[in-house]
Design a binder for this molecule. Structure first.
Ligand SMILES: *Cc1c(COP(=O)(O)O)cnc(C)c1O
Length: 433
């Protein structure tokens, strides 16, 4: 019966059965969840094979050191996937970002960065003795607004931080070229959520960047615990990893105290490296399934009013760490308020759809050193996205199109009831204001 109903709704493009558009059909009001418990496999999708990878570390008799053969072979394998980038494994994505900024730092230097940002990626700017200078983002992919970035770059700009959110690749070719023409501004790409950018080629050329920072933490594509990867072209930056990171263990295995170390000890975790190395073998297939899942969701959700993809559906290089969306409350005749988004996200969540509101505040609000030095009024797109965006997580394998259909069923059910919830949503928006 559920199947039949789903088909009817899908074919018609809108709900046809009166009972389905009743408030009581929603799980939040006592109805049956669209996504039954146990039908979703949460990332990092643990497998017994991961134990095998960990066993190799135990069998090696060594649990740490940067020159561990497992770490080396992870770097080599990732390096051949991402060639010509040179690769170093480090403790985290945050460490990779810090090392890059530390390498490019100049006294009094500024880093131009998007206001809609992972707060943990802004911290390293400060840690490297630099200062962030925020600019707005584009509404289409939540990445840095190219015109605003170009305008913000001045004589004191040391680097531009380009953050690729949700899996969206922020190629921004024109922007990169224009900033390159200035000569002395480093381009640092935070690809923690968009691993496919590292392997991207156009006419044989990889992304025009100085450093790619990647994360292999448990939530990211390599889902490996705590781990990061730094990709660079400049051997100087690659060498700098040891300088910032290591205290007493050199990459050649010597146990010497480096006279120039900063001693952050950003060493890669060997256990995490073993898992990341194992997952690398199926990375392409993983990304492929994420793309198929995203395409399925996109097909099913395309006709729902007031809902826009926060990615370019025609862009083939997306890594789809998640499936990002934004609401257009006006299209639904609902209050233009974050409370509207929150209300709808809660309805979806109670249907069993793994939805998340990623961030509610601009990056600076999370950071003690830059709080209240900026005003959200000056960043209208960031403000709009903070109030309207959310994403569907758990779009990785083994979840497939049948699971995506369950998510889409939930959206359709919620959307069919929304007209009857206008008063409640309006009341919620009013009390939030
Ligand atoms: C996860 C993430 C990071 C940090 O990676 P860690 O490995 O957790 O330190 C940085 N930037 C973005 C956009 C991220 O999503």
């Amino acid at each position: 019966m559920l199947n039949f109903e789903r088909k009817t709704i899908g074919d018609a493009g809108y709900p046809v059965s009166a009972s389905r558009s009743d408030k009581s059909s929603l799980a939040a009001f006592g109805g049956t969840r669209s996504v039954p418990k146990g039908s979703v496999t949460p990332w990092p999708a643990t497998q017994d094979a991961h134990l095998k990878a960990l066993e190799q570390v135990v069998a090696s008799g060594r649990y740490h050191r940067v020159n561990h053969p497992i770490v080396r072979s992870l770097e080599d394998r990732f390096g051949s996937w991402a060639a010509p980038w040179r690769v170093r494994a480090v403790a985290s994505g945050t460490a990779a970002i810090h090392i890059a900024f530390h390498y490019y730092r100049r006294p009094g230097g500024k880093v131009v960065a998007a206001a809609l940002n992972w707060p943990g990626a802004i911290g390293p700017i400060h840690a490297a003795g630099l200062e962030p200078k925020f600019v707005d983002v584009s509404l289409s992919d939540a990445a840095i607004d190219p015109a605003a970035a170009i305008e913000a770059v001045e004589g004191d700009t040391t680097a531009l931080l380009i953050t690729h959110l949700f899996g969206n690749p922020a190629f921004r070719r024109d922007m990169r070229q224009r900033i390159r023409a200035r000569g002395d501004v480093a381009l640092v790409d935070d690809c923690a959520q968009a691993i496919a950018v590292a392997a991207w080629r156009e006419q044989g050329r990889s992304l025009d960047s100085d450093a790619l920072a990647l994360s292999a933490n448990g939530a990211k594509h390599l889902g490996a615990g705590e781990l990061g990867l730094l990709c660079a072209r400049d051997q100087g930056l690659i060498d700098h990893v040891d300088r910032v990171s290591l205290a007493s263990s050199a990459r050649n295995g010597e146990r010497v105290f480096s006279p120039i170390t900063l001693g952050y000890n950003y060493r890669p975790n060997v256990f995490s490296s073993a898992i990341a190395r194992y997952r690398l073998e199926t990375l392409e297939a993983q990304i492929e399934q994420r793309r198929r899942n995203a395409a399925q969701l996109h097909r099913r959700l395309a006709d729902l009013s007031g809902l826009r993809p926060l990615f370019n559906p025609a862009q083939p290089h997306n890594s789809f760490l998640s499936y990002p969306l934004r609401l257009v409350p006006e299209d639904l005749d609902l209050p233009d308020s974050a409370a509207t988004r929150d209300y709808i996200a809660e309805l979806l969540l109670s249907e069993g759809v793994p939805v998340w509101v990623w961030l509610r505040k601009p990056a600076w609000d999370y950071l003690p050193f830059s709080r209240s030095r900026w005003s959200l009024q000056d960043f209208p797109n960031t403000r709009r996205l903070l109030d309207t965006m959310f994403y569907v997580s758990e779009i990785a394998p083994p979840n497939d199109e049948t699971v995506m259909d369950l998510y889409a069923d939930a959206f359709e059910k919620v959307w069919s009831v929304l007209p009857k919830l206008k008063d409640e949503i309006a009341a919620r928006a009013k009390s939030a204001a």
